[in-house]
Write a protein that binds this ligand. Sequence first.
Ligand SMILES: Cc1cc2nc3c(=O)[nH]c(=O)nc-3n(C[C@H](O)[C@H](O)[C@H](O)COP(=O)(O)OP(=O)(O)OC[C@H]3O[C@@H](n4cnc5c(N)ncnc54)[C@H](O)[C@@H]3O)c2cc1C
Length: 356
Amino acid sequence: MSSSVYVPARPPRVAVVGAGLAGITCARRLSEAGCAVQLFDKSRGVGGRMATRRVEWIDTDGAVHRAAFDHGAPAFSARSAAFRAFIDEAVGDGVLRRWEPVMAPGSHANLDGLAHWVATPDMPALCRHLAAGLPLTRSCTVDELVRDRDGGWRLLSQGDMVGDGVFDAVVLAMPPAQAAVLLALHRDDWARQAWSVPMQPCWTLMGAEGGTPPPWDAAWPQRGPLAWIVRNASKPGRAAEDDGLTRWVVHATAEWSATFLESASDSVQSALQEALARELGRTPRWAHVAVHRWRYALAPRRTDAAGKPCWWDAALGLGVCGDFFTGAGVEGAWLSGRALAAAIVPATADARAPGR
Ligand SMILES: Cc1cc2nc3c(=O)[nH]c(=O)nc-3n(C[C@H](O)[C@H](O)[C@H](O)COP(=O)(O)OP(=O)(O)OC[C@H]3O[C@@H](n4cnc5c(N)ncnc54)[C@H](O)[C@@H]3O)c2cc1C
């Protein structure tokens, strides 16, 4: 048997499906390790649940108003030394800043005294920064993975092949129910585990209103329907409310969202508007209001996948990462993407600084 080291004739080609923080972290590290990486996302932009909705409307006087609402993760924290190092680097790069909201009386920040971090000027900015220079196909829902006889992967979207040919490996970086669909034909055991992860939903209200703002930036009521109330402009790097309208993002609790998951959006909107009015102690004069339903917002702290930060099948060339492996939100997504890159190319675990 030859003892020579196998040197591939060309860089390994890896498709990463899902351009949230887990997928982009994995893709960036694989790319830096010499892999030819292509990212795919069904959305028009990157960031996944680190999301910002931009809207524009014209009022009855004909004035144009613009607003941006961070309607996915409002902020995040760091518990591990590795993620703290990553945050320090991203702060240095100018894409993350600390958010120190004035909390409403009786509310306390729910991050165990940890710093709250936000991307600037909007939440997807962190992923845009990390994805810079990586080939990315947007608005592309990958709905089938096809394994070639010679071991490569083809990606299909509505029956058409996407990406530049055949890939040596595929990474799925998306909520577990969505990964399960793509895994079913190839790793039924993973698909079943992914299906069984009870992701928590979140109804989110985004509204701009003209009443007197309260003397606080955020509240964490955890009563009735309300989990978080955030004045978007209180975050660093956001546009000023120079039209006199306060921009609110209101997240419902997981329990309330689950109860009303299939309700009509206008009834959910009314319920959240009323709940916010109770917290403000006045009836807002709404200039714009909308709701968004996150069917898969947050992973539970413990899942069936607990214990592993990702899945990697080297024989198949198939991997899965995402926040649901640890249930630790943004930090968990980052740790999972990083762990999968290290499983695919072990050199990525050692050869780099702890941050990116
Ligand atoms: C309302 C809300 C509040 C939150 N609050 C917090 C918080 O306070 N703190 C915290 O740390 N975290 C919070 N989170 C969770 C945090 O946003 C997520 O844990 C993290 O962003 C997940 O990253 P990810 O890369 O694993 O997945 P995602 O961000 O979901 O990325 C998956 C990507 O895959 C794409 N995709 C899915 N299926 C396909 C397909 N078939 N083809 C192509 N693309 C596909 C999606 O479009 C998406 O861009 C919150 C999330 C929400 C929604």
